[in-house]
Structures are given as C-alpha cells and as structure tokens.
Design a protein around this ligand. Sequence first.
Ligand code: RP5
Length: 173
Amino acid sequence: MAKKPKIGMVMGSDSDWPTMEETAKVLDEFGVDYDVDVISAHRTPDKAHEYAVNAEGSGYDVIIAGAGGAAHLAGVVASLTTLPVIGVPMLTTALGGVDSLYSTVQMPGGVPVASMGIGKSGAKNAGIFAVQILSTGYPALKKKLAKYKKDQAAAVAKKSKNLKQQLKKKTRR
Ligand code: RP5
C-alpha cells in the first residue's frame, strides 16, 4: 500500500499554537495526517537540529514551521533537510510581525523557505499550500482542492448576495 502523506508541524513556542491551529484546521479538513512539536531554534537548538535531520525518517513529506520575533526556526530546519519547508511568521506585539516575516522570508540563496503571510491567514495558507504540494503525488487531494476552491467561491457569492440585500433594505427605510 502507498505511504500516507504526513506533515511535520513545528513551532517555536506553545504561544504560537492559537495561530498554528489554523494550519491544523485545514489539514483536518483535508484529512491529512500531521504531528505537532514545540521546538525552538534558540532555546532548544540541539532539538531543532535533531528534528530537521530526522524529518524524512519521521515520514514527513512537508514541514510547516511557525515562529515569531527572531524567527529562525523554518530557516534552520530548511538548512538541514531537502524536504520543502513552509514558514509561518507570527504576529508580534513589539513589531507587528514584520520581524517574524523578515526573519522567515529573507533566506540566503540556496536555502529556500516558502514564507506565508503574517499570522492566522498565513497559517491557514500554510495548510493549503502543503496540501497543494502533496496533491502533485496524491490525486485524491487534487480533487479535494478543486472542491475547496469551488466552495470558497460559492461562499463569497453568498456573502455578496446577503450584503446587497442588507443594503437594499437600508435604502428602503
Ligand atoms: C519564538 O518566540 C516563538 O516562536 C514565539 O513566537 C516567540 C515568543 O515565545 P514565548 O516567549 O511566548 O515562549 O521563538
């Protein structure tokens, strides 16, 4: 039987979970397996190294790494594995997440990290992007992605209709 795809989800602190939960929700929706770990590039550097060099052996196809501030986790993991690494920059109180974004996205040539946007929408997109990477080898996920887009467009059309109706009522008053 073919191996089931699996995502390695790692974050710098448990304080990142309320954001990274958005990734988990997407993966749950698509029925993709994942593990969650809290590992800090700075507070537990040896663990970060161990996680990255063993990522393939752990059965992961894609790594999603969320971190905030001096957000080096995704980059450190990417430096030690050939698996694709998606970075999620946390929204920070001190600098609004720009610190996390720059730390995640400004990788030196040769060591790519696919950085998403700051915060919850970035975390959600990390889940979708990971599924898109997996879908090249798993046709069932491709089908689910097509349905996801269709449902999303239908939801927007519904919102547009509702808003138009609300505005119509308002002008009648
Ligand atoms: C980063 O430091 C973590 O990814 C987190 O976003 C940030 C703050 O961590 P805590 O002080 O909340 O544990 O490494």
